[in-house]
Design a binder for this molecule. Structure first.
Ligand SMILES: N[C@@H](CCC(=O)N[C@@H](CS)C(=O)NCC(=O)O)C(=O)O
Length: 215
């Protein structure tokens, strides 16, 4: 039996969301851990834009993390929750906001020197504004919409994790996003998160196949 192939990079927030969906669905894949500075030729052949994650299926290749998550959701009912229609709409608009505005400011906050004239503090406060808006709609429960994990949690928490990592002391002292901090902690301390952060050696042509989730 051949398994789907997943090109991945452990620390990539987009790859994390894809791995989380696959893990929750218990869809076993051959995982190929890459280094962004040393992308395998085969990966670039099948998806010349050169980003991870990429999921190779028998009949198609999916090279956008959002599409991988949706493909998993169509296949398996991993979030068996009855969300209201406003929560469904919020899910889509917030994922877009994190993929675009939040990521834009996050990169300029974390790596200001790589961008001409980037003011790290300005970009940090733009990210924080987005988190304060999220705080306003977040539940007091374990996850953003309550006690059940949803597509929104697995899609945006990897970016909030990165935001925290840039300056954990400052992030942890923020009182205005206390629900978000709690939800992030729940994510980071979950068994599922530990599983998706399993460390694989870098894949090279000819490497013996290794599988995700690791057993
Ligand atoms: N829109 C893509 C973005 C993926 C993306 O940008 N991944 C980063 C790693 S976090 C990447 O592969 N960058 C390529 C590079 O830095 O060369 C998706 O959602 O899958």
């Amino acid at each position: 039996m051949s398994y789907p192939i997943l090109y991945s990079f452990k620390r990539c927030p987009y790859a994390m969301r894809a791995r989380m969906a696959l893990q929750l669905a218990e869809i076993k894949c051959e995982i190929r851990e890459i280094r962004l500075s040393n992308k395998p030729e085969h990966m670039l052949e099948i998806s010349p834009k050169g980003t991870v994650p990429i999921l190779i299926l028998e009949d198609k290749i999916i090279d956008e993390s959002y599409d991988i998550v949706n493909w998993v959701i169509e296949k398996r009912n991993i979030f068996n929750n009855n969300l209201r229609s406003d929560q469904i709409n919020l899910t889509e608009s917030l994922i877009k906001k994190f993929d675009e505005a939040f990521k834009h400011h996050l990169d300029r906050y974390k790596y200001a020197t790589r961008y001409e004239n980037a003011d790290s503090e300005f970009h940090r406060s733009e990210c924080l504004k987005i988190l304060i808006d999220l705080e306003a709609i977040a539940s007091n429960g374990k996850w953003i919409f309550g006690e059940n994990l949803n597509k929104l949690d697995i899609s945006i928490l990897p970016f909030i994790r990165q935001f925290r990592i840039a300056n954990p002391g400052w992030f942890d002292s923020l009182e205005e996003i206390s629900k978000i901090k709690k939800i992030l902690n729940n994510y980071l301390n979950s068994e599922e998160f530990k599983k998706i952060m399993f460390k694989y050696d870098e894949w090279q042509l000819g490497s013996k196949p290794v599988y995700f989730p690791s057993t």
